[in-house]
Structures are given as C-alpha cells and as structure tokens.
Design a protein around this ligand. Structure first.
Ligand code: WT7
Length: 658
C-alpha cells in the first residue's frame, strides 16, 4: 500500500476519453516518426546522441554513457562545451542577432525585449564584472532574484565563466537563503532591492541582509535596483550596484570557458524526506542535451516560435524550460513577472494574444484557477496563435485537462502532461505530441529511452491498473549526479530502495506513487514520502514541523497533506501545546510567523488544528498516516492498536466542524 496521500488507493482514477493529436499539429511537428521508441530502445544509450547533437561542442565526447561507478553515472564524458555559448553565442553566429531572445512582461505593463545580441552584451558585461569581484571557475554564486531579466542574465553569466549558480526562489525566507548559502559555501550573492507583489513594493534586500548576518563567510553581493524611488536602499560594504558594474564593464567580452560535460552547471535545492534541503547537482553536457531535446521533441519548440512557460525561474521548471531549453534552441522565450489575476483574470490571455504566443506551458494549479474563473476570460482574447499546451508540477485530472484543451486550446492544440522532477532535470514522462494519443488524467509513457517502471515493495512490476512506486530503471542524461556534499545521502534517497547492485541493476526511486495502464501510460497519484506538493511546489513536512516545534509553547506537531480543489494539496498542521499556553490565537500566529521565517509564505498551513494529544502507536510514534486520512475524511479502519485511540474521534469531529 503506497497511497500515503489519499490520492485514491485502489479506487479507479478516471481517465477521460482519448484524443488523437490534431492533424494540423502533426503536419508541422518536430518529431512524427512513431518508430522513435523502438529506435531509442535498439540503440540505447547511443540514442541519446540525438539530444547531444542539438548542441555545439568545443570538443566532442568520447563515450555516451559511463556506468562503471553506478549510480554515479557520467554522460558524454570527454566532451567540452559551454552552456552560455550554446544558449547565446552560436545563435549570433547563425545570423540571428536581431531575433528576440527574451520577451519580458513586467508588472504595471512595463516590457522589455532582449535580442540575442542584447543578451550577449549583458551576459558578457556581467560575466566580466563577476570575474572582477573574484568569482572563479567552480565557485558557487547564489542568485536570489524575482522574475526580472537580470535573473537569466546572471545565470548565463555564471555559466559563461564556469561558476555554478544556485538560484534560490525569491519568495523563500532569509533563513532558507542562509541555509542554502551555508550548505554550498557560497561567497557571492546576486539579489535586488525589492520587487512588486501585486501592487506593492516588497523589500528583498532586507531578507538578503538578514541571511548574510547568519553566515560565517563574507559574501560579496550584487544588488539590482529594480524599484528605484519606490524603495530607496543604501549599499554597504562588499555590496555593488548591478547597473554600475554593467557600466564599468561596458563593451567587455569574456571568452566562454569550455566546461567538461560532467562539470556542474548549477545546484538547485529541493525538499527531501528530512528537514535538510537537498542540493541537487546538474551537469553541463547531460542536462543541456536533455532539456534541449525535450524542448524540441515534447514542447515542439522551433526557433521562430514565441514560447511561454509561465513558471518561476526560481524552481527547476523555469531553469529548464524558461532559460536553458528554449534558449539552447534559439527561440523567443517569454518571461512574466506578475500573477495570473493582476490587474485582471485575463492577464495571461492578454499576453498570449499581444505576443502571438505559440506554445504555453503552465501548472495544474493555475489551470484549476482558470477553470474556476470561467471561460469568459480566455474568450476575451484571440488565442489562435497557440499550437501546443503543456502542464507540469502535479497530477492534472480530466476535468481541468479538458477545460484547458477546449477553452485555451480551442480543441486544436495537443496538451502534454509532463512528469518530471528537480532530480530528473528535464521531462521524463509525457506523450510525444506529434505521435501519441492523449489520455486526460494520464501523463503518458516514458519518453523514448526512459525506462519507467511501476513496482511493488519488492521491486516487482505491478499489473496494469494497480498502484505502486514510480521508478526509472536506467540512467538518463539530465539526471541528478549527486547531492552537493552528500554522496551517501544521494544513495539512500534515490538508489537503495529498489536497486540490486549484485545484478548491476540501479533503479531510481522517484518518491511518487503511480499506476500504469495496458498501453504503458502512467497516472501519477502523489508522493509516497514525507514530501507534500502544494500548488506544484515541493515542501518537506519535516521542515515545516521543525518550524512549528520551534515555537514557544508548542509541545508536538504533525503536518500532512490535505487534498484541496484549488491547490491540489494544502498543508494541514496538528499541534499540541504545553500547559499554560492556552491562547490558541497567539500560538497560531507565532506558528505561521515561524513557518514564514523558516521557509516562506508558500509553506503556510491552510489550517492549524489544536489537539490535546497527537495519535500515537504504542511505541510512541506519531501516526501521520492516520492524521492524513482524517484530514482527507477517509475511512480510518482499525485504530485499536493506538495508545490513545479516543483522540482520533475528537480530531475527526473538529476537522468536520462538528
Ligand atoms: C514532483 C516534482 C519538475 C517540474 C516541477 C516540480 C510532481 C511533477 C507532474 C505531473 C503528476 C507531477 C511529482 C514529482 N509532478 N509533474 N505531470 N503529474 N505529478 O518539480 O519540485 O521537483 O517536484 O512534482 O510528485 O515528484 P519538483
């Protein structure tokens, strides 16, 4: 039984009616040969050369895959390349200097367009500035910026000089930033004065200042002036103004540093099964090949397209599919600073219309909101430029899938439901839109060359229709290489559960539960570990619990996921207080502050329920599983083995509002 999150256990998950790819789409699709699955199978792992061929290499690789030291795989070993050169320079050389690289749609209607030439200039100048500040190859540069053009510019400037970046989502707290900088020993930070959230100016620099105070190392900091007069700031020691630096290094160029295919391109921290975030290491050759290939084969990106992934670059989706994938292919990538409902609920459709967006990629949580707001909003605009729609981050059920297909895609655009993770680097499960039938509610089969299996506890594949653990039985180019400073944790998090090293079998454990059908289509059911997925964002229940138990007066806490129409899953917290802390309003306020300080507002619980005790086993373990069932109003079964069974009924009554 792996259905920890109450996604449906053995209840059938309805998949809607099948749909064939629209002929108008197939006619022009990048990949249309259905033989590709067999071809990849027959030539594995050399089939992945097709991905590597989308890039320009300074030195060709010697082998496609080295697996002697599994699960520490090496892809395209011996090859050398530079990611920034692949994303920018080579497009200039191909005569596409004046082609738009980034179309930025800011708050308050401000807009900026960067041609490939503009991007080249900005990246070079900032790369020169970073070097001057002392950044050397392999130094980790932390970037703590919202959705402004300086974010991808900073990432690519780092890539140009071979300094791995670690982007921390701008909405995370000072504590979260400090933890990540400390874990990565990062001595360089790029941040900004602040940014607009809805109408208001929001101070980012004060969070960065607080983080720096907690760090042992000195941190040289570059500050982008985003808000000008709206939020004046003063620069302190070791702080440099981004625009001053650009002026100082105006016109300078820096040769791209040829990196080994296996050199780290970036680090991305994500939630794991313990409170400590995991520093997922991605490399240059494999990652870039995989994101370029999936942008081409799954998202059908072409250089002449205007392509929009409405995610935040602070998470992996934006790294792979706003920055690296689309720019590697030389397309126009749209970057949006705002929210979908500001100034009005048709904001996204207005942007699609005005920019004639061809491809639109977003998350189910957004699609559910569009559906709730109604079809009037997309109907206000001409969306006929759209050719393909994508979804990522959570399971999408048939109803929102169909709504997206009909009301955004007008029944003419394939919808790709792409399953992947921070650790997989790029899409691993999806239909190929020019080939495969779509089944709303199921993501699709593993991509060509990706060996996806759904297995039971013993590692045996389950029958079609049954649920099990989602695993990947072979390596792939975009995969996480290790955890920063944590080879052991890398093995225990991903490889110990289903691998059989004696037989040379290394199976990657994704942490998701899934079901597979007769055609090999995967329906993802949710997480099986202590991670919850709120609106497509991974949160560690243990990290939230430790923020709660740090509050004065809290005795014990448990956090579980509760299914929610709007967010997929919400955070439900159960808390018992120490004697003398009876003012629940006060404790609740302190709990929320503590969570926001430790992680950020995204981890705020939808509900904090106070209870005299948490249900425990006779050995004293908190029964989170049971609390999850209570939160989701599921059948609880036999609770007699508990030490305190009577408490369950009380909590249940409370949850039901009885
Ligand atoms: C987790 C990874 C990589 C994209 C953004 C999130 C869930 C992702 C799907 C999908 C069902 C999905 C999984 C996965 N997830 N895409 N199409 N259908 N679930 O990256 O933060 O690393 O989260 O998101 O649970 O494990 P992430």
């Amino acid at each position: 039984m792996v259905d920890r999150n109450g996604w449906g256990g053995d209840r059938p998950v309805l998949t809607g009616s099948r749909r064939s790819p629209p002929p108008s789409f197939v006619e022009q699709a990048n990949v249309t040969d259905s033989g590709i699955y067999d071809e990849f199978e027959a030539n594995w792992p050399n089939c992945w050369e097709r991905a590597a061929d989308l890039l320009s290499w300074n030195q060709p690789y010697e082998t496609v895959l080295e697996d002697e030291d599994a699960p520490f795989y090496r892809w395209f070993a011996g090859g050398r390349l530079n990611a920034a050169e692949n994303c920018v320079d080579r497009h200039l050389e191909a005569g596409r200097k004046t082609h738009t690289a980034i179309r930025w749609e800011g708050k308050h209607g401000d807009r900026k367009t960067y041609t490939y030439r503009d991007l080249y200039v900005a990246i070079n100048e900032f790369a020169a500035a970073l070097r001057n500040l002392g950044v050397e190859e392999d130094d980790v540069v932390t970037i703590y910026l919202p959705m402004i053009p300086e974010l991808p510019i900073a990432m690519l400037a780092c890539a140009r000089i071979g300094a791995p970046h670690s982007v921390v989502f701008a909405g995370l707290s000072a504590d979260a930033l400090a933890t990540r900088m400390d874990a990565a020993d990062s001595e360089f930070l790029v941040t900004c004065d602040g940014y607009y959230r809805r109408g208001d100016a929001f101070n980012q620099k004060s969070k960065a200042d607080n983080a720096r105070l907690k760090l042992a190392q000195d941190v040289r900091t570059v500050v982008v002036d985003r808000l000008g007069e709206d939020l004046p700031h003063v620069l302190g020691d070791d702080e440099f103004d981004y625009h001053d630096l650009r002026d100082r290094f105006a016109g300078e160029t820096v040769d791209p540093v040829p990196r080994d295919a296996e050199d780290m391109l970036f680090l991305m921290y994500t939630s794991g099964t313990t409170g400590e975030p995991k520093g997922v290491v991605h490399t240059t050759g494999g990652y870039l090949s995989h994101v370029a290939w999936t942008s081409h084969a799954v998202l059908d990106v072409k250089p002449e397209d205007t392509y929009w992934c409405a995610a935040d670059i602070g998470w992996i989706t934006g790294h792979s599919y706003i920055v690296y994938g689309p720019l590697a292919l030389g397309t126009t990538t749209v970057m949006y600073e705002g929210t979908p409902d500001y100034p009005d609920r048709d904001r996204l459709w207005e942007i699609v219309d005005r920019n004639a967006v061809d491809i639109f990629y977003t998350a189910p949580t957004a699609i559910r909101a569009f559906m709730k707001w109604g079809e009037d909003y997309p109907e206000r605009h001409d969306l006929s430029s759209l050719r393909l729609l994508g979804s990522v981050g959570e399971p999408i059920s048939p109803r929102p899938w169909n709504w997206y297909y009909e009301h955004v895609g007008n029944g003419e655009c394939p919808v790709v439901d792409t399953w992947w993770q921070t650790e997989t680097g790029a899409v691993t499960i999806s239909t190929l839109p020019g080939i495969d039938e779509m089944k709303p509610g199921a993501a699709g089969p593993g991509l060509p060359g990706i060996d996806v299996r759904v297995v039971d506890e013993s590692g045996a594949e389950v029958e079609p229709g049954e649920s099990g653990y989602l695993t990947i039985a072979r390596p792939w180019p975009g995969m996480v290489r290790t955890l920063y400073d944590g080879d052991d944790r890398f093995r225990t998090e991903y490889w110990n559960q289903f691998s059989d090293p004696d037989r040379g079998e290394w199976w990657y454990a994704s942490g998701d539960a899934a079901r597979v059908d007769e055609d090999g289509y995967i329906t993802v059911l949710g997480r099986v570990d202590d991670v919850i997925n709120v609106s497509g964002r991974r949160l560690s229940t243990m990290e939230i619990e430790s923020a709660i138990t740090g509050v004065e007066g809290v005795a014990e806490a448990a956090v579980v996921g509760r299914s929610s129409e709007a967010n997929g899953t919400d955070v439900q917290a159960y808390v018992s207080t120490e004697r003398g802390y009876d003012d629940q309003g006060e404790v609740r306020g302190a709990i929320i502050d503590s969570i926001e300080a430790a992680i950020g507002p995204i981890a705020r619980p939808a509900d904090v329920l106070f209870t005299p005790e948490l249900p425990k086993t006779r050995s004293g373990k908190i029964m989170r599983r049971l609390l999850e069932d209570v939160a989701n109003d599921e059948d609880l079964g036999d609770t007699s083995a508990l030490r305190n069974p009577e408490i369950v009924g009380e909590i249940q009554a409370e949850i039901r509002g009885e």
